[in-house]
Design a binder for this molecule. Sequence first.
Ligand code: ASP
Length: 935
Amino acid sequence: MKIAYQNVIWWFFFAVYNYMSLAQDEPLNVDVVGFFDEKNGLSEIAFQTAISNLNTMKDEIRFNPMSFVVNTTDSFENSKSLCDIVETSNVGGVFCPTSAKIAPIVESVGDNLNIPAIQVGWRPSATYTDILVNVYPVPTLLFQGLRAIVRNLQWRSIVVFYETAENLIRLQDILKTQDYNSGNKYNSLMLKELGPGPDYRSALKQIQNKSEYRIILDCKTENIVPILRQAKELKLLEPHFSYFLTSLDAHTVDLKVLNSSVNVTTVRIFEPESDNFKTAISNWNNYMKKMNIPGVGLDPYSVKTETALMHDSVHMFLKCITDLHATGKSVEPTKLSCENVDDKWVPGFDIASFMKAYTHETEGLYSITTPMKFDHLGRRTNFSIFVVEGNRDDVVAKWNPSDPDVLQFFKSEEDRNKELERKWSEGIVTVASILGPPYLMKKKPKSETDLLEGNNRYEGFSMDLIALLAKDLNIKFKFEVLESGQRGAYDKATKSWNGLVREILDRRAELAICDLTITPERREVVDFSTPFMRLGISILYKKAEAKEANMYAFLDPFSVKLWLYSATLYLGITVVLFFISRISPQDWENPHPCEQEPEELENIWDMKNCLWLTLGSIMNQGCDILPKGLAPRMAASMWWFFSIIVTNSYMANLAAFLTNERSQASINSAEDLAKQTKIKYGTLEGGSTQNFFRDSNYSLYQRMWTSMEQSKPSVFEKSNDDGVARVQNTKNRLYAFLMESSTLEYQIMTKCDLKQVGNWLDSKGYGIAMPLDYPHRSRINEALLRMQEKGEINRLKDKWWKEKRSEPPCPKEAEDQDANKLALQNVGGVFIVLGVGLALAYIVGILEFLWNVRSVSVDEHISYMQALKVELMFALDVRKTKKRAKPAVSESSSSSRSPSMARSFLQSAGSFLRLDKINQLETPGSSRHTSRPLE
Ligand code: ASP
């Protein structure tokens, strides 16, 4: 009996031992709960697949996936079902998605009962409980990454479209993207709320015609296409627009439906081309096949971030529990009650802490989204952001929080450049320009049948320069001419640009070329190549008009009236002097001073002498005889006074009149222009020259600007050609045009009536305009430098400035010195007056001579011809310097010699001999006295 009793006890212990041993081999059952937004969604499949795969590998712990669909309308229902689950199951952890309906419930129940809660979605709240782990990248780091990417895009002016205020909070980091210069109106960050939709047009419209092409779109993934569709309707999806989509699921939408070549940059945190991802996809496909879930043959780009995170987080969680269990720590779950908050699952806290502290490197074997790392709060701090051009397969770079300022590009810079270059050379570059010689002109067809098309319609410096550039860069281009002829001015009222700058901003053209000046204002909205030509503002002015030479310019100082008055006065004063002298006793003088008591007195002031005196006075020559009486002297001195004033006025005026031509060219600089108001001056309207004066701080240019602005009619011209024509056509050279030296030089080369005045007022350059951050700018610059080095640009300038001119070039300017000299034409009249005067004198002399011959012939009783011969012979014999009082006549003729010989002798003795008396004394025999010319 005793043995039987002992055997029973032994068998009992043996059975217990066996039971215990068996019980120890039995795997530990851990229920893993997952909440999902939809049944059989990809996240649930990822959840189920990850657990079932792991179960096949581990046999110590058996994980039981329990998936539930979140009740999106009833939170209470969700909380009740979670409580039911924890009461009836051995829950080791709960996975919950982004759904706002369930996340707080899971968090609170988990916190109360110490059940680890694993979140796989965006979590804005900053409070983390001990048991909470969020596998979604921590927002601050995620947005730090997005900021680095945006910064790398080098956008200067950005519009951020966001859906709600919540998005704005998320975007805060991006908003700090660039160190914007607040004073710079073109380097801005604009925030626009899209509103709840579905109509986003009113928000989108706000950037229409605003020169804003860089857009960050922060919206729900499902709204991307509707928003972009509406943007397309508003022409905001043109190829020159660039969008950055912040959604990590942007790859799941099909942007091809937009049928647009807009630039889109997207981001995601996993790489669909990776091996782990491909394995995961195949596992999910197998699972779906096994479970008869429709949708086998998954498109890798349909996988959302949440699914990838679910896959990785389930693996991570199960691995943590297994590893913790392997350390000997209890991970055994129990049934718990929501009612009893003291009833906590003790290992739950250990598991959560283990997850946070764990270095999940081995996860690399299966992880789709880089191995996870958490901070002490349970926030994920390790992840990668992949930067994708487009939204699918063109992954260009990667960002990691460990190196927050660096974007690691997958292709080398050289490869990326080559790729860009290839794309560039495949397309056709549109070049905008305006017509204006010599930069671009319409080509004349060689014959009537010659049809000019495309680029062949135009020619000029710009065309040749772009053609050379295109050849160097291996690109094709087409020229588009802007009819408005505007280069680019900013209108403060409409806050918009016009002209070529507008063409670039609206991307109707990729490049713009003409005499387009690089200005700081334009540089803020478009980029420029290195300058290909240097120039400065200069003054275009008309040369002094070559007046018809006025030989009688010496008459100009006095008006005709004044000449007439002076002449009348001259005659008048002569008559007055004549009469005053006649009544002045002192002017009746003794004709024979030796005779003490003369019978007669004589007055020398006959008309001839009076005329001589007045003429001598006004000619500043004086006279050898002067009046003696008080009254004639007074009259003479008054006349002298008059003469001195009139003569000197004449002299002064004469100098001014003769140098008039030179004094016309008195504008030699901008200062000269500013000093006067008679000559108007202006610039091209809406060009950099006008802006130079408008914005100048220099007082001289400010004064000039005020004068230009106030001038009526306007002094500004629509084109350089108009300005040049105005200078040419304005009478009396009363208009000067301030224009750029390069074009001025071109104009004055053949328009010989024009000239450049003074030096450059500034120094600047022409450049090729292109959109901001144009990727080919450095290539263009390098090509331009190469061309400059080879002298090709100078050659082009020579070609269009000189060789291709049809008009003849102006002759070289006469030397300035010569120009300043008085020409013969200016004083020719004086020579004529002198000549005429001399001729008259000569005629009078001849007449006098002939008259005298007559007197001689009469006096000497010889024939007129005889007398003429004798007198002429004597006059022509220049050796004879003395003359007999009576002419020498031949003997034959002596008989006929006139008795008046003595008389003529006496006559020659002067007025003091009284001829009339001698005449009375004369007898007919007296003619015997003969004389001979002195030998
Ligand atoms: N080249 C100038 C411009 O680009 C035109 C001018 O003002 O003369 O605006």
